[in-house]
Design a protein around this ligand. Sequence first.
Ligand code: GLN
Length: 201
Amino acid sequence: MAAIANGRKSKRVGILALQGDFDAHAKAITRAGGTAVEVRTAEGLKSVDGLVIPGGESTTMLKLLNIMNLVEPLAEFARTKPVFGTCAGVILLANKVLSPSQQCFEVLDLTVERNAYGRQIDSRVANISPGPDFQNRAGVGDVEAVFIRAPIIRRVGPGVKVLAEYAGDPVLVEQGMHLAATFHPELTDDTRVHKLFLSKI
Ligand code: GLN
């Protein structure tokens, strides 16, 4: 399914819009050349080709996903279509969550520790140097990574490819069609990470 924008096909990317910084992701997807569609229902999920799960508060998002009966539809979606999780989104997609443990979708073979860099005051902006796999596909140069009460990926499974690290920990990873960043690429003007996701749809 694709919308026509400027005479060419543009990919329809759902932005899970229950809580968190979904609006910034919608703008980033638009800047990257996709068509952003806010998704709040199972019906909405059916109309998109990929889905972004934004940063925010994973516990609140979980509650809302349960209230909106979106848990099973989202799990089903991730079986066949690409999902891009950022920060809280990575926590939801992981297969094990620490500190504390909580429900997760087990889409990515990752163990993540919530709020692992410290409290709110410990949020930071860092320059990271993605590896050649990212640079070859998405473009060369460092990426400005904004971390906000970010999780740390403590374990990656054998099927997970690490595209970038910060301070020795993976911060941008992919597993098959899915992508995950513990930082917030939607908060900078650099569209490379969102373009990489679009290329996977
Ligand atoms: N600390 C949040 C959580 O545990 C994630 C923070 C974010 O998404 N910026 O869900």
